[in-house]
Design a protein around this ligand. Structure first.
Ligand SMILES: *Cc1c(COP(=O)(O)O)cnc(C)c1O
Length: 437
């Protein structure tokens, strides 16, 4: 508790001294027991200071949410329950809450009423599972069973991505045997990183088109209506990586950005980003659950028993699995539609405020701030890198570095419901002060 209370005022990144504290934890495996309270005390004394304060309001690195107190408490309860969330027979409560959570997420994100899916560790595994369902479906239509016969000798699958596809989707394609090189069709993007619709190539044969809701740098959205019409016209499977961007649909003000996204076949998203539940938690959803199940059901041992419709180990890569639906259930039960919309809108408002304050202060904002992402240049490459490094070590806030259209940039991602107006003002003041020095 004192850790959580300290987050408001502490520096965001640990100091060198804090990191050296980690050396004071035991190195070798202890020969005998240590009392449990002593072990936890050691973790708190030397571990807590070496954390990033990403569970507070002034961490704007990558796309990382904080934890709602209700979700954190549900997470502790989940651990106390210690349920294996793989099967309904191994945990009736996990199965029920996962089914409810997936349904609530589907409704909040405006996805088709029949869409269903499962919790996984994050959007990377959600991309993996969604694209595995895609691989199953397009090859089955071509008369090939990839689950039993593998990819060697299979009909060729055309895989299409945007030029700014997220690294995790490429990693998923790599793990699925599609590779990340020459055989991918990479479509050109516009100045915000959205796939350009002017010259879409003809598609034929088994094909998978991978789109994006929320560019990890700019926060932009691919134009779904045009792209999905084109892809589906060619019989392709459309997968949407919406790790954080899909949550725009939870807000009446930002929903328009996701227009048409419900026309896809599969979606991946994170709960540990914008829903503000603890790590790790992502969700894969598919229009037709049977396709996901076909891709994720292994040749099982008889002791696993009869199929229950709420079993999810056959819709996800893992067999034994944490009851991840519980945190998300608690977060959504507590927030309701309006509370969720408020988090999204507040983060977006903070992002616009950052853009305004930094522009006023003489910095250059490089993207159209349509959501919660802001890209900032402090001048040339050298200077921008230097300022980002000093912001990181100053400790008032933390932002990462990225490249945008050939330029070095700082990326601000406001993904924490804990960020206040005061956090934004204070952080922007620190950025401008460090940029001047
Ligand atoms: C964060 C992110 C991912 C990967 O999600 P993990 O939860 O880190 O696995 C995928 N796509 C986009 C657009 C993201 O922002």
């Amino acid at each position: 508790m004192s850790y959580l209370e300290g987050l408001k005022d502490r520096r965001v990144a640990p100091t060198e001294d804090d990191l050296q504290g980690l050396d004071l934890l035991p190195h070798g495996l202890p020969d005998g027991p240590t009392p449990a309270d002593r072990v936890i005390e050691l973790l708190d004394r030397y571990g807590s200071p070496a954390t990033m304060a990403s569970n507070g309001g002034r961490y704007f690195g990558f796309v990382i949410g904080s934890s709602l107190p209700v979700a954190l408490a549900a997470d502790w309860l989940t651990s106390a329950w210690d349920q294996n969330g793989g099967m309904e027979v191994s945990s009736p409560v996990a199965a029920r809450l996962e089914a409810t959570s997936v349904g609530w997420v589907r409704d909040a994100l405006g996805l088709p009423p029949g869409a269903d899916g499962a919790f996984v560790s994050g959007a990377t595994m959600a991309n993996f599972a969604g694209l595995a369902a895609a691989r199953h479906a397009v090859l089955q239509r071509a008369g090939w069973n990839v689950e039993t016969d593998g990819l060697i000798g299979a009909p060729r699958v055309t895989v299409v991505v945007g030029d700014q596809v997220h690294a995790s989707a490429l990693k998923a394609l790599m793990m699925l045997g599609f590779g990340t090189g020459q055989q991918l069709v990479r479509l050109p993007v516009d100045d915000q990183g959205r796939i350009a619709t002017e010259s879409l190539p003809p598609l034929s044969g088994p094909a998978i088109v991978c789109l994006q809701a929320g560019n990890v740098n700019s926060g932009s959205f691919d134009p779904f209506p045009e792209l999905i019409e084109w892809a589906r016209g060619a019989g392709a499977w459309v997968h949407v990586d919406g790790a954080f961007g899909l949550w725009a649909a939870a807000s009446p003000r930002y929903r328009h950005l996701t227009e048409g996204v419900g026309g896809a076949d599969s979606w991946s998203t994170d709960a540990h980003k914008w829903l503000n539940v603890p790590y790790d938690s992502g969700i894969v959803l598919v229009r037709d659950l049977a396709q996901l199940r076909a891709a994720m059901t292994g040749p099982y041992a008889p002791y696993l028993g009869a199929d229950h419709p709420r079993d999810r180990f056959d819709c996800a890569p893992e067999m034994s699995r944490r009851a991840r639906g519980v945190d998300a259930w608690a977060a959504l039960a507590s927030l309701g539609r309006s509370g969720l919309a408020e988090i999204v809108e507040r983060c977006c408002r903070h992002a616009s405020r950052f853009a305004a304050l930094l522009t006023e202060g003489g910095c250059e904002v490089l993207n159209d701030v349509v959501l919660n992402q802001v890209l900032v240049s402090f001048g040339d490459e050298e200077k921008t890198k230097r300022v980002v490094a000093s912001i990181q070590s100053d400790g008032t806030c933390w932002c990462g570095q990225t490249r945008w259209r050939g330029r070095a940039a700082m990326r601000i991602s406001v993904s924490s419901g804990k960020t206040t107006d005061e956090d934004v003002e204070r952080s922007a003041r620190a950025m401008l002060r460090l940029a001047r020095d």
